[in-house]
Design a binder for this molecule. Structure first.
Ligand SMILES: Nc1ncnc2c1ncn2[C@@H]1O[C@H](COP(=O)(O)OP(=O)(O)O)[C@@H](O)[C@H]1O
Ligand SMILES: [Mg+2]
Length: 662
């Protein structure tokens, strides 16, 4: 935009005429300003950037549909609670009427007005001045306590309700996410996923659910109060309220564009500051070496000043209608209500309108806070509406994966193969990529044997392991057990028979015991089994020396353990499961040769019960395997036992010579 305008006015500049120059500057400023506000939209949600103009009505009806879809996701119990909270808000409005009636009577008493009894029940106060005062005062105080108590209860219920709704949504999304196929997590980087998860759900709860409840509650209590007061006091009160509401709506409308701009800018500068902070900390080495700290500090503080300014504005602006409306309301009230009586010059008349006027005044004061709250909530809601779609996407994720608890799923024992585990003519391409990383692979692994996969990094060994485990589904071809293809219903049972020690080990931030018995309830962990697994993994002697033994905490992702220790912990996890098929994906790469040798000896013992598939770094590790498959570019380049491979495969001999398989 800016470049276009500068191209257009460039000839004027050449003329050097001051006016043209000034005009150029102003125009550039304006277009820059417009350009930058449009840029913000783009910058925040590039994928949502719609160059075509969407009719406003359409957007709104879509929003309503999304909103009702979101609410329909709530459990029935929660919907009932919403109804209760709304009913309580309505009741709160009714109580307010009572309070205002007493107040008006009280004022009337002192002004000496002739008290007509318009409210049922207020009739009972006969008697003299003192009697009436006593009664009214007692009732007034009582109803103040009561309304405050009810208001507190309603507020409490509202906040509890929004917390519960947040919980409902989070739990549902978490369950949905965990029941996605493995490939879903490969496509969505986990860091992004958890960031998205948090951001969306937080903003849906604070910007959609809470405001909605607040708006509905306020609307109910305000309208029940207004209707009650109008019912008692008649059309004049109604006119005053309507004027007030119009004035309020007008003030809010006036403010909204500024508020929206301020919010946008605040978010924008907030992000810039964050980005700056992150960038500078990430490249702290360069910051030091280039002495760039003054540069970053000055950018940080100048952006900070702007962000703070918009932050103040966004806090102040929503309150502005109220500052305007209270005096405006009082002016309207007395102009319409009192001025005619004063102009008539009749003190009696003035005295008689006083109670009504005060009733209206109290009502105005009573509704100004809820109106204010509604305005704030509306603005927050408007900011939160775009997030509903994202939240719905998460909520509507279909359960893709079955678990052992699902209906119709085979049992692990029933599925355990007796003869053969096969990949039959399997090809595989990762989603969103064209390239087949595995092509027409046939592998047959006899149950009880030990098979090794070797090959360079990136040749497809890990992918084959994941295909064997049913974590990835072949693009074509099949995983077969005893010659029978594994269906979706079989996968959970198949996986229950397998254990994988992955290349990139993830350790829970918990105790050794929890980590070995991954996913088991703490009470159900058998310490004897844990020790046995640790022993097989050659890790028991280390754990014995730890300060709290099995209960020693290992820190986030096992930060307190060395690479080799983490591998052995991960191995112990596989052994603890008693899995019959063991997959070791470069599982011993971080161990020194001696420990690795001991481990492989131990594996020999375990191996009698297990089918073992080893992807190994060192060829010494695979020497004892019954069968070795050399993988090259997603295909099986050669296979046989160690001696055979040495004889037929030059690349294998090469690897053997270098003492490394990738
Ligand atoms: N998530 C993924 N998305 C796309 N391509 C992938 C993904 N993971 C691995 N690949 C590709 O698949 C090929 C095989 O990878 P992998 O099975 O990890 O090899 P290896 O375990 O033998 O080192 C590599 O070329 C790699 O770039
Ligand atoms: Mg790998």
């Amino acid at each position: 935009m800016e470049t276009a305008s500068s191209a257009r006015v460039a000839p004027c500049l050449k003329g050097g005429r001051t006016v043209a120059r000034l005009a150029f500057l102003i125009r550039a400023q304006i277009s820059g300003l417009l350009g930058s506000t449009q840029g913000i939209n783009y910058w925040f949600c590039p994928e949502e950037h719609e160059p075509t103009v969407v009719p406003l009505m359409k957007v709104q009806s879509q929003t309503w549909r999304d909103l009702s879809a979101l609410l329909s996701k709530l459990p029935i119990r929660r919907k009932r609670q919403v109804a209760v909270v709304l009913a309580a808000s309505f009741f709160q409005g009714l109580l307010d009427i009572l309070l205002i009636a007493f107040l008006a009577r009280f004022v009337g008493l002192f002004s000496g007005a002739q008290l007509e009894d318009r409210l049922p029940g207020v009739l009972v106060f006969g008697g003299g001045f003192l009697d009436q005062t006593g009664w009214l005062l007692a009732l007034l105080i009582g109803s103040f306590w009561l309304t405050s108590a009810v208001r507190f209860l309603v507020a409490l219920m509202q906040s509890m309700l929004s917390a519960e709704i947040w919980n409902d949504l989070v739990n549902q999304v978490y369950r949905n996410v965990l029941l996605q196929r493995y490939e879903f997590f490969i496509q969505n980087r986990t860091a992004n996923l958890s960031e998205k998860f948090n951001r969306i759900l937080n903003s849906v709860s604070t910007k959609v659910v809470s405001p909605l409840i607040a708006i509905a509650g306020n609307a109910l209590s305000v309208s029940s109060l207004l209707i009650g007061v109008v019912f008692v006091l008649g059309w004049r009160a109604m006119m005053i309220f309507i004027l007030m509401l119009i004035a309020y709506a007008f003030a809010s409308l006036l403010i909204t564009p500024y508020l929206r701009l301020a919010t946008k800018q605040r978010v924008r500068y907030g992000r810039r500051i964050n980005l700056l902070l992150m960038e500078s900390l990430r490249s702290i080495r360069d910051v030091h070496l280039y002495s760039a700290d003054p540069y970053f500090v000055s950018r940080f503080s100048s952006d900070g000043v702007i962000a703070k300014r918009y932050d103040r504005l966004t806090r102040l602006l929503p309150d502005v209608p109220r500052f305007f409306i209270e005096p405006a309301g009082v002016s309207i009230l007395f102009l319409i209500g009192l001025a005619p009586a004063v102009l008539q010059g009749s003190p009696e008349e003035v005295r008689n309108v006083i109670p009504d006027l005060f009733a209206i005044l109290f009502t105005l004061l009573k509704i100004s806070a809820p109106l204010q709250n509604t305005f704030r909530s509306l603005n927050r809601l408007r900011g939160g509406l775009p997030e509903i779609r994202d939240a719905l996407d998460l909520l509507e994720l279909k359960q893709e994966r079955l678990t052992l608890a699902s209906k119709g799923v085979s049992t692990p024992e029933g599925l355990m193969p007796r003869r053969l585990i096969q990949l039959s003519n399997v090809s595989f391409a990762y989603q969103k990529t064209e390239r087949f990383v595995i092509e027409s692979v046939n592998i047959s692994i006899p149950v009880g044997s030990r098979v090794a996969l070797v090959g360079r990094t990136g040749s497809g060994k890990t992918t084959i392991a994941h295909l064997l485990l049913g974590l990835l589904q072949p693009t074509s071809g099949q995983l077969m057990l005893d010659g029978i293809p594994v269906s979706d219903l079989d996968v959970p049972a198949w996986q229950a028979n397998c254990a994988l020690v992955p290349q990139d080990i993830r350790i829970l931030d918990g105790s050794i015991r929890e980590n070995v018995a991954f996913g088991a309830e703490l009470e159900q962990i058998d310490d004897g089994d844990v020790w046995a697994a640790l022993e097989t993994a050659q890790f028991d002697d280390v754990v014995v020396q730890m300060p709290y033994g099995l209960y020693t905490m290992v820190g986030e992702n096992g930060i307190k353990l060395s690479g080799g220790q983490r591998q052995r912990l991960s191995l112990a996890r596989a052994f603890y499961r008693g899995a019959r098929i063991l997959l070791l994906d470069e599982a011993t790469s971080a161990l020194d040769s001696k420990t690795e040798y001991d481990l492989m000896q131990a594996l020999d013992l375990v191996g009698r019960r297990c089918t073992t598939i080893v992807i190994a770094h060192r060829l010494t590790t695979v020497k004892k395997c019954d069968h070795i498959l050399e993988i090259r570019d997603g295909r099986i380049a050669a296979s046989g036992n160690f001696e055979e491979l040495c004889a037929i495969s030059p690349s294998f001999r090469e690897m053997n010579r270098l003492g490394d398989s990738g």
